[in-house]
Design a protein around this ligand. Structure first.
Ligand SMILES: [Zn+2]
Ligand SMILES: [Zn+2]
Length: 244
């Protein structure tokens, strides 16, 4: 079995690769279909994240006899980070100019750093929790990175430059994971706290960032499809946890 650090680095590198996914949707540029695709993947990601938080991370904390009150700190910390950098986490397609592209990249970098941190803490708990967390973060990154890519295009970046910048910024996940790894290994007893804070962060993303996306005006049929996708996301992660 590979050492934990190697597993973490592979996982975060794979997550970083998700930043290139936008190119596969280039033909949908400017169409309604693009927003629909994003909304559907968002629905799926909500389910996957909720399962990871409740059936994976929090389940682990309770099993080990740790409290989960620190999840509140994770939620508040996520809110604070978002506020400080004016990070507009988007999955939609706002129309803004070039400076907005750069502001978005800064927020993106920080977001990916935190993702890497959460992945590292999960791998330090167990291989299976690390795997599940990585999986649901990838599910979440798919709509996120499609959104990032098209925001950069809207901000007048060329396709090449948008891909390159989005990828470079996604590599901060690796930095975050290294930070998480060394904090988790270096400070005795800190891991449960890292997991609780990570759970709060994923919960924050699912509830404040992703959920509003699928409440937007749409037909009953669309809402039903989104709900079903959310449940499928929930179940896939739930059963993966049981199998692992
Ligand atoms: Zn993310
Ligand atoms: Zn990105």
């Amino acid at each position: 079995m590979l050492p934990t650090l190697v597993m973490i680095l592979i996982a975060t590198f794979v997550v970083s690769l998700a930043s290139l996914i936008g190119i596969f949707f280039i033909s949908l540029r400017g169409t309604r279909k693009l927003q629909e695709t994003i909304d559907y993947t968002v629905s799926f990601a909500i389910g996957a994240l909720l399962s990871t938080v409740f059936c994976g991370m929090l389940h682990h904390l309770v099993e080990e006899g740790f409290g989960y009150k620190l999840v509140i700190v994770g939620i508040l910390l996520s809110l604070l980070i978002e506020k400080i950098i004016h990070w507009r986490h988007h999955h939609g397609l706002p129309s803004k100019e070039k400076p907005f592209g750069y502001i978005n990249l800064i927020g993106d970098a920080l977001h990916n750093f935190v993702d890497g941190f959460v992945i590292a803490s999960s791998f330090l708990v167990s291989l299976s929790l690390g795997f599940i967390t990585t999986l649901s973060i990838i599910f979440h990154e798919i709509p996120q990175e499609i959104g990032d890519f098209f925001v950069l295009l809207k901000a007048k970046f060329t396709i090449k430059k948008a891909l390159l910048f989005n990828f470079l910024v996604a590599l901060t996940a690796i930095l975050g994971s290294l930070f998480g790894y060394f904090v988790g290994v270096g400070i005795k007893g800190i891991l449960p706290y890292m997991i609780a804070i990570g759970a709060g962060n994923l919960l924050y993303i699912a509830m404040t960032d992703l959920m509003p996306e699928i409440i937007e005006e749409d037909s009953k049929k669309e809402f039903a499809t989104k709900t079903i996708l959310m449940i499928i996301g929930l179940l896939i992660v739930y059963y993966t946890i049981r199998v692992l």
